[in-house]
Write a protein that binds this ligand. Sequence first.
Ligand code: AP5
Ligand code: MG
Length: 210
Amino acid sequence: MFHRVVFLGPPGSGKGTQAAQIARELGVPHLSTGDILRGAVAAKTPLGRQAESHMNSGGLVPDDLVLQILHERLDQPDARVGYLLDGFPRNLAQAEALGKFSSVERVVALEVSPELLVDRLSQRRTCPKCQSVYNLVTKPPKVADHCDNDGTALILRPDDRPEAITTRLKVYAEQTAPLLDYYRRRGLLRSVDASGTPAEVTGRIRRVLE
Ligand code: AP5
Ligand code: MG
């Protein structure tokens, strides 16, 4: 099995859903730059204040901020055994920077049709406290509108509003999709059909990580 893994995929492709499960199985930390940034926004740290407007509009947070977060996180002892990166890298500059401080072993590209992405994102609800992810249709909470873990009222992420979804899909196509070729040329890319049930997708991912 590989232990330094990147999940690449457009917004709503299921990176977070799949990374939580696969990271447990690999015994490596699940590192989501989006989750770390949302935590900083909620805690109103200086980083959060700088990141918030970029995130809410659906644009990328500047590279220097994100690279600093990632460096600090990969320096933690639990990341010595490996990592599963979800949402990083997101452009060529970030991929080059990652390549300088770690050697990625596998990049898994999650592929989903644009219509399905928009459905999943508009139906998603998130816990603002523990960041658990639900879906009104495919993964509803046990008690309507409340988190199963801590009972907090669920929210629609500010960037899951229609205007921000459109921007995120455009940013993905322009800035992140070129990484598919970047990693394909290096022999690291494996594409996975990410439609179907979460369990079906998990099975496909396991096969490309063996
Ligand atoms: P980030 O949090 O990374 O968001 P994203 O890439 O837009 O991806 P999402 O979290 O929206 O989707 P996902 O693929 O994780 O899908 P999920 O599993 O939740 O980034 C947010 C923002 O932070 C960025 O826009 C940017 O501003 C900033 N940022 C983050 N990293 C950055 C970086 N490196 N550089 C610069 N800026 C950065 O699933 C979606 C929904 O579908 C859920 O409701 C889920 O339950 C459901 N679902 C999942 N799989 C299935 C399935 N198989 N069947 C049915 N439903 C499913
Ligand atoms: Mg996510």
